[in-house]
Design a binder for this molecule. Structure first.
Ligand SMILES: Nc1ncnc2c1ncn2[C@@H]1O[C@H](COP(=O)(O)OP(=O)(O)OP(=O)(O)O)[C@@H](O)[C@H]1O
Ligand SMILES: [Mg+2]
Length: 252
């Protein structure tokens, strides 16, 4: 199982979009993929592929709480069957751990331990890929996911201030003792020619740019009611978009 964390420095950069499409594409290629929505901060209107929102992450966290009365977090291991009971199934076969809007979880002082337990348990499942969608906060529970992931994808554009913020973020993590060697950049949007070039981004950040996801043509946009059940990679008309996702998957 390969674990991919999809992250960004700022909100609204396209993490959820990239996470969904990456997971969907890999599933459609004949792999077994699990998409985990570990963002409990963002409003839940564009969540888990239009699936019902229950069962979800909060159910799993409640059961982890119950187990934590008897065992330390690192010793909490759910069986495969038990873990499957928290997952939803999309019509592509993609498995989804959904999350409700539960902002108060972020204030729970044990949340980092709990999220580590969630990720470690999910990593035990017999899937080919685990894609984790996150919020863009620089919080301890996100640092736990950084540690557990094989690849960390930073979704961003090439605007000067964003590249600057990325470099500050990387320095901050490095100063805290985190390795950023497995970080990679996904540009969501074709680079703006008057902003930072790809060569400069790579040189200044030390990270490779592994893909450029085009902004989808308006004509292919699903209506707002269907956005969540729609995978752009499932529509063969989206040639450039599919090729961009394919290129990213090839690197992972
Ligand atoms: N390549 C793209 N083409 C067209 N629309 C896009 C693209 N990427 C993102 N969007 C749209 O931009 C909006 C923000 O994207 P998304 O929700 O994926 O960002 P996010 O980083 O997950 O945000 P948040 O930090 O709030 O979780 C959404 O409406 C999404 O559909
Ligand atoms: Mg999101």
């Amino acid at each position: 199982m390969k674990t991919i964390m999809v992250h960004s420095i700022h909100r609204g950069e396209g993490k959820t979009k990239v996470a969904k499409e990456l997971a969907g594409y890999t599933q459609l290629q004949g792999n077994k993929v699990l998409l985990a929505d570990l963002d409990f901060i963002t409003d839940p209107h564009s969540r888990a592929l239009g699936l019902p929102s229950s069962p979800n992450l909060e159910d799993l966290l409640k059961d982890i709480d119950a187990e934590a009365e008897k065992n330390p977090y690192f010793a909490i291991n759910f069986s495969e069957d038990k873990l499957r009971s928290y997952l939803l199934t999309h019509n592509t076969g993609l498995k989804v751990l959904s999350s409700e809007n539960a902002k108060e979880l972020a204030e729970n002082e044990e949340i980092a331990h709990k999220i580590r337990t969630v990720v470690r348990n999910l990593k035990q499942l017999p899937y080919d890929m685990l894609v984790i969608d996150t919020d863009s906060s620089n919080r301890d529970y996100n640092q736990v996911i950084l540690e557990e992931a094989d690849h960390v994808l930073i979704v961003m554009d090439n605007f000067r201030y964003n590249v600057k913020d990325l470099i500050l973020y990387l320095h901050k993590l490095q100063n805290m003792g985190y390795s950023t060697e497995n970080f990679k950049i996904v540009l969501n949007k074709v680079p703006d020619p008057i902003q930072v070039t790809i060569d400069e981004i790579e040189k200044d950040s030390g990270l490779p740019v592994i893909g450029i996801v085009p902004v989808l043509d308006k004509t292919y946009h699903p209506s707002p009611e269907t956005e969540n059940i729609y995978l752009n990679v499932a529509d063969p008309k989206n040639v450039d978009f599919i090729n961009a996702i394919k290129q990213i998957v090839a690197v992972l």
